[in-house]
Design a protein around this ligand. Structure first.
Ligand code: AMP
Ligand code: GLY
Length: 420
């Protein structure tokens, strides 16, 4: 079948590369894609949020499947729109994508069904939120905008002053727009963080291998929060015992809860977990594959990816085997100098071959253009240099050896991915 992948980042590049391994995948289209993706797929300049445009493209190309990768089009109902036209689409419908799009929804869901998460209260009035925080008087405390905020809507406040400033920015200045009409004020919890992506068809859930993100911009987990500066898989903290407990207390109860709410979740559900002294707790749900988690998880998938995706879409995941390799995988993100703040674009990248690749590793392009054969930077996160190895050390060595051979003006990357 021909396949259309919606999105333009490193995650989408990793998805496309895995699809290409399947004998069942014919032409792969990507909308809008990027410079590096154009070497692996036919890129079509339809914007990610253009739902009628994307449906028209899927019909024109007569694709057998559409893979909607980013959160915004999922929350806006792109899968619903594809289904209405009879086009098989991978991803949750809008009524299930809300599990990421509204933190008020997801926190209330967890409370109702007894799924472990940090304690919280919801507010739509900033002064009520401030008096609650003042009365509680325990810091740090976490203030979260209800809606999608490009991963920036979470503020950890060390004192009342900071909390008031956060409430003001989110609820009055509306720096995240309508996402800030309500806030969740949450207890601060601690412990190692684990990302677990899971295939689910609404009834059955099959967790993928675990991973660890590195969200801060600088070595030693310093600096600003980013979309993710690197990942490793497996996550060394995620033992078999922890996995069993998560299945029992978090994964299955979440799938059942969504079913009972009349919002069956089909697609990839991302569990952002914290392993606290009191057991694993949910920090956040995402309604999609993570970025850059996908870049280290999918290379370890041994089963035909198209088979797994179709089993999810057709609700027969239970009978579909999903197998993983025992190898480790590491991804080091190379970013533009200044990211996640201001940065320049259009800087020539040195060290890549004509396909945007390099020997010894796989280069997933996150933000590049390709002009007359030259790759240029075109985003904050630019490349994800990824390698498999027999163990984590080997995977990291291979990824970092490749990183050393790639360069551009003001390039920035972390040197401590997976080294904790
Ligand atoms: P999120 O955007 O929801 O993934 O949150 C960003 C980061 O904030 C998470 O990866 C955690 O490190 C941190 N965080 C979120 N909620 C809490 C919490 N309740 N307690 C401590 N840290 C948190
Ligand atoms: N890497 C975190 C996310 O995709 O939300």
């Amino acid at each position: 079948m021909d396949i259309l992948v919606v999105g333009s980042g490193g995650r989408e590049h990793a998805i496309i590369r895995k699809l290409k391994e399947s004998p069942k995948a014919n032409t792969i289209y990507c909308a809008p894609g990027n410079g590096g993706i154009s070497k692996d797929a036919v890129c079509v300049p339809v914007p990610v949020m253009d739902i009628p445009g994307m449906v028209a493209l899927a019909k024109e190309k007569k694709v057998g499947m559409v893979f909607v990768a980013p959160d915004d089009p999922l929350a806006a109902g792109m899968v619903d729109a594809m289904e209405a036209e009879g086009i098989p689409a991978f991803g949750p419908r809008a009524n299930a994508a809300i599990i990421e799009a509204s933190k008020v929804f997801s926190k209330n869901l967890m409370k109702k069904y007894g799924i472990p998460t940090a304690g919280y209260e919801v507010f739509s009035d900033p002064s009520e939120a401030a008096s609650y925080i003042e009365k509680k008087g325990s810091f740090p405390i976490v203030v979260k905008a209800d809606g999608l905020a490009l991963g920036k809507g979470v503020l950890i406040c060390q004192n009342l002053e900071e909390a008031k400033k956060a409430l003001h920015e989110i609820m009055e200045d509306k720096v995240f727009g309508a996402s800030g009409n309500q806030v969740v004020v949450e207890e601060f919890i601690t412990g190692p963080e684990v990302s677990v992506l899971a295939f689910t068809d609404g009834h059955c859930v099959k967790p993928m291998v675990s991973s660890m993100d590195h969200k801060r911009a600088l070595d030693g987990d310093k600096g600003l929060n980013t979309g993710g500066m690197g990942t490793i898989s497996p996550n060394p903290y995620y033992t078999g015992t922890v996995a069993e407990e998560c299945m029992k207390t978090i994964f299955l109860p979440t799938i059942e809860a969504m079913q009972k709410e009349g919002r069956p979740f089909k697609g990839c559900l991302y569990f952002g977990l914290m392993l606290t002294k009191g057991g694993p707790k949910v920090i956040e749900y995402n309604s999609r594959f993570g970025d850059p988690e996908t870049q280290v998880v999918l290379p370890r998938l041994k089963t035909d990816f198209v088979d797994v995706l179709m089993a999810v879409i057709e609700e027969r995941l239970e009978a579909q085997p999903v197998e993983w390799s025992e190898e480790s995988c590491a991804c080091v993100v190379m970013a533009s100098g200044g990211y996640p703040g201001k940065y320049d674009k259009g800087i020539p990248i040195e060290g890549l071959d004509e396909n945007g690749q390099i020997e010894g590793a796989t280069v997933y392009h996150a933000g590049t253009l390709c002009q007359n054969g030259q790759f240029l930077t075109n985003g904050g996160r630019v490349l994800g240099i990824t390698a498999l190895g027999n163990n984590l050390e080997e995977a990291l060595d291979k990824a970092y050896s490749a990183v050393e051979k790639i360069n551009w003006k003001d390039v920035h990357f972390r040197r401590d991915i997976g080294r904790r």
